[in-house]
Design a protein around this ligand. Structure first.
Ligand SMILES: Cc1cc2nc3c(=O)[nH]c(=O)nc-3n(C[C@H](O)[C@H](O)[C@H](O)COP(=O)(O)OP(=O)(O)OC[C@H]3O[C@@H](n4cnc5c(N)ncnc54)[C@H](O)[C@@H]3O)c2cc1C
Length: 306
């Protein structure tokens, strides 16, 4: 089925959809790596009710994949079949609540969560200053940095399942582990409620500046990258294993293991999804040979190879 056939089928099933559908939308433009093929259909629902309507009325044989700000994604060159959901403006609300709490829609960038918290004198969320994703991605990945993780600060999340039911999940039902969330993979998060503690805006803002400066020094944050490629294995640092296996600076086509931080892969210009994935697999094989340890991908690889 071509993208336009699928679009026609969806339009027929979804007469009341308020959000947008686009056939053949570029995903390279929506990811940090800037690689990968198109989405057969890209859907931007208008709000949570519209997303629930979409999920309920879209036939079960059509695959649905959600992406956030694309900072942890490697999209393969054949693109993603079915529908890719990307949440936009209707999921961008951010609201300070009593008792040092903050509610944010899933499309709100983590950096904005940190800033809004600082402005409201809410401490404990400044680590989000360093994570370039959005709230939906942070909920799914249990994003963390500087000694804190999402699971320590989120108290409740809202999600829509593939049947269109809306769930309100307390943190215990998110079943968090290191860079892992145990809620079913078809749940699309729509919002989160964060708990902070009292703090001085000036102190929090200074802490955030420190985080930003540190990042600039140790990570290639201005490059086309996907952040940490592999999870740290228990008791080890992925970057040390990669370095010890001689992979710093290794290249496949225009895909390169960062010289600055060797758990980061970089698209130096014309890398393809296949180049980046092959480079990652080469690193995994060399680390396995050198140390016996199997690195696990932290970056999510989506879609089909060409
Ligand atoms: C320079 C750089 C530095 C980074 N540093 C860190 C760091 O310090 N700590 C850290 O944890 N990560 C880091 N990352 C990785 C990345 O920013 C995080 O994993 C982030 O939480 C991903 O959010 P995203 O919105 O970009 O999600 P995406 O990359 O778009 O998606 C990631 C996963 O989340 C899922 N997802 C996205 N939105 C939703 C939703 N609404 N509902 C359900 N699932 C969803 C996707 O399906 C996918 O499986 C870094 C990345 C870069 C490029």
């Amino acid at each position: 089925m071509s993208g336009s056939d699928l679009e026609a089928r969806l339009v027929a099933c979804l007469p009341e959809l308020r959000g947008k559908l686009k056939a053949g939308a570029s995903l390279a433009d929506l990811t940090w790596f800037r690689v990968g093929g198109p989405a057969e259909i890209l859907c931007s629902p208008a709000d949570e009710a519209d997303l629930a309507y979409f999920m309920k009325n879209t036939p079960a044989d059509i695959p649905v994949t959600v992406i956030g700000l694309g900072s942890n994604l490697l999209v393969r060159d054949g693109g993603i079949a079915g529908v890719v959901i990307r949440l936009g403006r209707g999921f961008g609300e951010i609201k300070v609540e009593p008792d040092h709490r903050l509610r944010a829609g899933a499309a709100v960038p983590d950096v904005k969560v940190a800033r809004a918290a600082a402005d409201a004198g809410i401490a404990g969320l400044s680590f989000y200053r360093g994570i370039p994703g959005g709230v939906g991605g942070a909920l799914r990945m249990n994003g963390g940095a500087h000694g804190r993780e999402t699971k320590e600060v989120v108290i409740e999340a809202r999600a829509v399942d593939r049947q269109g039911n809306i769930h309100v999940l307390p943190v215990a039902e998110l079943h968090y582990a290191y860079r892992h969330c145990g809620t079913p993979g078809d749940f699309i998060f729509t919002a989160a409620l964060f708990q902070g503690e009292p703090g001085e805006p000036a102190t929090i803002l200074a802490e955030m500046d420190g985080i930003a400066a540190y990042r600039e020094e140790v990570q290639p944050i201005k490059s086309r990258t996907g952040g940490s490629t592999f999870k740290n294995p228990p008791g080890n640092k992925a970057w040390q294993l990669i370095d010890a296996a001689g992979c710093r600076g290794l290249m496949v086509g225009d895909a390169k293991v960062s010289e600055m931080h060797c758990n980061f892969l970089i698209n130096e210009g014309k890398a393809t999804g296949a180049d980046l994935e092959e480079l990652g697999e080469t690193v995994r094989a060399r680390v396995k040979e050198m140390s016996g340890i199997e690195l696990e991908w932290e970056i999510k690889r989506l879609g089909i190879t060409r």
